[in-house]
Design a protein around this ligand. Structure first.
Ligand code: ADP
Length: 303
């Protein structure tokens, strides 16, 4: 069982021939609304990857909140810990031009109101195999959730996105850190393009680190001295949006199913599973709508 404590946003996406400059109005093309937020995306990713998954978060008392709730329920995510709070839901205003360049403006809305975890949340976190966290809800909540997991023997997986330097208090509660190269450099305060250097710097802060490398796959290192490089499945990438969320959600599922892997073979299998999920997501257009089902992950997983 996986529990996610994190964000839910509705992405409001407009495609346009070019992005507006300050003060400019540009006539766009399509408009669509897509459920997003790293927390909700990773919860949906975990559920589609085949885990029992619960989401603890907050949506607003508006139609967007209902849409976000329905989306999670539709994916089979347990929403007993999803609050509806006064005010607007979190939204992301996204403009995308023909070169796939974008700008994104996020208003956290209800996500900022996720400030207290209650006894039911604590019970859910303590009973889970894996707690999956990101950095789109208030940091004290992230720290509190990690503390509850630690107390209950639940493995803490932190996806340090969006990139931010992390307090020692949080780093001390993390079992597995998942970051892309940019996030790794920020968390490790290391200015290097070399995965090995980034991983070494991360291991001074956390016991296990996973570095995602886009089309190159992922790299792993832990304090026992284990180091792995996993090649990504060769696929035709259509849209890599949410590939990181697919990867992280599937990693949490793999970790939960294998009951906290320590040996090289198990960690390698979990990482290949996560890479298969990231690649399966990149094969499809769209963000959360492209998060793969278990069968699509299995099709790219090489045992
Ligand atoms: P983020 O979007 O968070 O920066 P990455 O771009 O590193 O994350 O992608 C996450 C994972 O998705 C990668 O580790 C890889 O497994 C998979 N992935 C992403 N892009 C591709 C691609 N072009 N081909 C195959 N796998 C990919």
């Amino acid at each position: 069982r996986v529990v996610v404590v994190g964000s839910a946003n509705l992405d409001l996406v407009v495609t346009a021939p070019q992005l507006p400059r300050p003060g400019e109005t540009v006539l766009g093309e399509d408009f669509r609304t897509v459920p997003g937020g790293k927390g909700a995306n990773q919860a949906v990713a975990a559920a589609r990857a085949g885990a029992r998954c619960a989401f603890v978060g907050a949506v607003g008392a508006d139609e967007f909140g209902q849409r976000l709730r329905d989306n999670l329920v539709g994916a089979g995510v347990d929403v007993a810990g999803l609050r509806t709070v006064p005010g607007p839901s979190g939204v992301a205003l996204i403009a995308v031009d023909r070169a796939a360049e974008n700008f994104i403006l996020v208003a956290p809305g209800a996500n900022a109101a996720l400030t207290d975890l209650d006894a039911a949340d604590a019970a859910a976190i303590g009973a889970a195999d894996v707690l999956l966290l990101q950095l789109e809800v208030p940091l004290p909540t992230v720290v509190a959730a990690a503390g509850l997991a630690r107390a209950g023997g639940t493995t803490v997986v932190l996806n340090a996105a969006p990139a931010a330097p992390l307090p020692a208090e949080l780093l001390g509660l993390v079992d597995v850190l998942v970051v892309n190269e940019h996030e790794a450099a920020v968390v490790a305060e290391a200015d290097s393009a070399e995965p090995r250097v980034l991983l070494d710097a991360l291991l001074e802060r956390v016991p296990r680190a996973v570095l995602t490398l886009g089309a190159r796959g992922a790299a792993y290192a832990d304090r026992s001295g284990l180091r792995l490089e996993i090649a990504a499945p060769r696929i035709e990438a259509v849209d890599t949006t949410a590939a990181g969320d697919a990867f992280t959600g599937a990693l949490a599922v793999g970790w939960a199913e294998r009951g906290g892997p320590v040996d090289a073979d198990t960690v390698s299998a979990v990482l290949r599973w996560a890479c298969a999920a990231g690649a399966a997501c990149a094969q499809r257009p769209g963000a959360s709508t492209a998060l793969p089902e278990r069968a699509a992950i299995e099709a790219l997983y090489t045992a």
